[in-house]
Design a protein around this ligand. Structure first.
Ligand SMILES: [Mg+2]
Length: 440
């Protein structure tokens, strides 16, 4: 179908937005983030362009760009038909270069670079098919869908045959769910009310703003000071009422036992989950926290910095998370994320994606839509994170109606930014950064 279409060029952009100026995105671990991304543009010999990215916090984006460039020769000159006919095999090639693999493998900067490229490849595929990514995924047969996944290292939890069987069992009501999705969208929760650097007045007014918009679930950052956390949680709880949902997020600041003690002190505010209580690598630590907090009705949520499907597999096996927070710009892009959804479905863990940042809402909605229509078949007790920032840079930004993500119809992965954004925010040569340097 794409006979003769070859990927001819790969461009990268280091894009940084000065979000630290207003404490937007601030949490206990990342006090002054400049929301940024390592951005990839692919161009084919037919002139088709595609866009992908991975999210970063400012400094270090240049390191990810360097890693993307190191992978470039595995992409340039490839026939797109060869990639999409055997996408699982191609994904393995991309992550298995026999020299580059040493500086991963499948983790850290190399895997962020992989995600940026793979996201662009999915944007390209969806554009060639004339569909949004969620619809491209929904329309795939179970056999096609599983052909994009590298099952190496996870067959002790799920094999390709089992994945096909699970997907086939869910085929009956797909049309009805797709119809429901288009009509009603998918529930969102907001993190906008509780960035750690925000004043009490700002938090209060934001609670009102998002309640008025129909939001019923609100997340607050915690972990720097227990007394302050108590005040903030009490205030948010008072403002959102007892029937709405409160989540809290510590962004990895605690040791395991400290996390348990701290959360016992916040239990009276009835949080649904504690997110990233400790190191994102500590599977058994998370399991201990989950076990200890069960009696308080607090679940453990994590995943936004979980580096690959093997780690997710162990988190799921160990009962270390109740809410699995896949991230569209981490692990090795969509191919690997699909394998995590399949494992979560098999082990009956809810997936509530991480979003916000730059382009994360735009991309991850597609995956959760697919999960609802084709895999889990339910939205019950699940939400996609929503942060109302950086959407203005995207050609097809997310659409939120009555606190629900509405599925996009434009072809692609919703990941294309305006050229004017790139001219202004490319680091360090964009006009914004040049002006800042000249005024110092
Ligand atoms: Mg978080």
């Amino acid at each position: 179908m794409y006979e003769g279409v070859i990927i001819e060029k790969l461009f990268t952009k280091d894009l940084r937005f000065p979000t630290s100026l207003n404490s937007d995105g601030s949490d206990a671990m990342h006090t002054h983030p400049d929301y940024s991304c390592a951005y990839v543009i692919l161009e084919t010999n037919t002139g088709q362009k595609a866009h992908g990215m991975t999210f970063t916090l400012g400094r270090g984006t240049e390191v990810v760009i360097c890693a993307i460039k190191a992978l470039e020769n595995l992409i340039i000159g490839q026939k797109v038909q060869d990639i999409y006919n055997n996408f699982g095999d191609f994904w393995r090639k991309l992550t298995s270069d026999n020299q580059l693999r040493w500086i991963g493998p499948e983790k850290g900067v190399m895997h962020l670079a992989t995600a940026a490229i793979v996201n662009a490849l999915w944007d390209l595929w969806a554009r060639l098919e004339g569909k949004p990514v969620w619809k491209l995924l929904v329309d795939m047969s179970p056999e096609q869908l599983t052909s994009v996944i590298d099952f190496r290292y996870i067959t002790d939890v799920i094999t390709k045959d089992e994945a096909i069987k699970i997907l086939k069992e869910k085929e009956d009501n797909k049309k009805a769910r797709e119809f429901d999705l288009i009509k009603n969208g998918y529930p969102a929760y907001t993190t906008q009310v509780g960035w750690l650097g925000y004043s009490s007045e700002k938090v209060k007014s934001l609670c009102k703003k998002y309640l008025d918009q129909g939001f019923t679930a609100f997340k607050v950052k915690v972990g720097q000071n227990l007394d302050e956390d108590k005040k903030r949680c009490a205030m948010v709880r008072e403002n959102i009422g007892s029937s709405n949902v409160l989540m809290v997020d510590a962004n990895q600041v605690w040791c395991v036992d400290e996390a348990i003690d701290w959360m016992k002190s916040l239990a009276e505010y009835k949080p649904l989950w504690i997110e990233e209580p400790t190191s994102p690598d500590d599977i058994l630590g998370h399991a201990k926290i989950a076990q200890a907090l069960k009696q308080y009705g607090i679940g453990v949520a994590t995943g936004e910095m979980c580096c690959n499907r093997v780690m997710f597999k162990q988190f799921l096996q160990a009962g270390a998370l109740e809410f699995c927070q896949i991230d569209s710009a981490r692990v090795g892009g969509i191919n690997e994320i699909l394998s995590i959804y399949l494992m979560a479905e098999k082990l009956k863990v809810k997936v509530c994606p991480h979003a916000g940042g730059v382009g994360l809402c735009e991309m991850v909605q597609h995956l959760q839509f697919w999960d609802y229509v084709s895999l889990s078949g339910t939205k019950e007790g699940k939400y996609i994170e929503y942060v109302d920032q950086q959407h203005e840079h995207f050609k097809t930004p997310v659409v939120i109606k009555s606190a629900a993500y509405m599925p996009p119809t434009d072809p692609g992965y919703s990941s294309e930014m305006f050229p004017s954004t790139m001219e202004k925010y490319e680091f360090p040569k964009g006009t914004y950064w040049q002006e800042l340097a000249n005024n110092k």
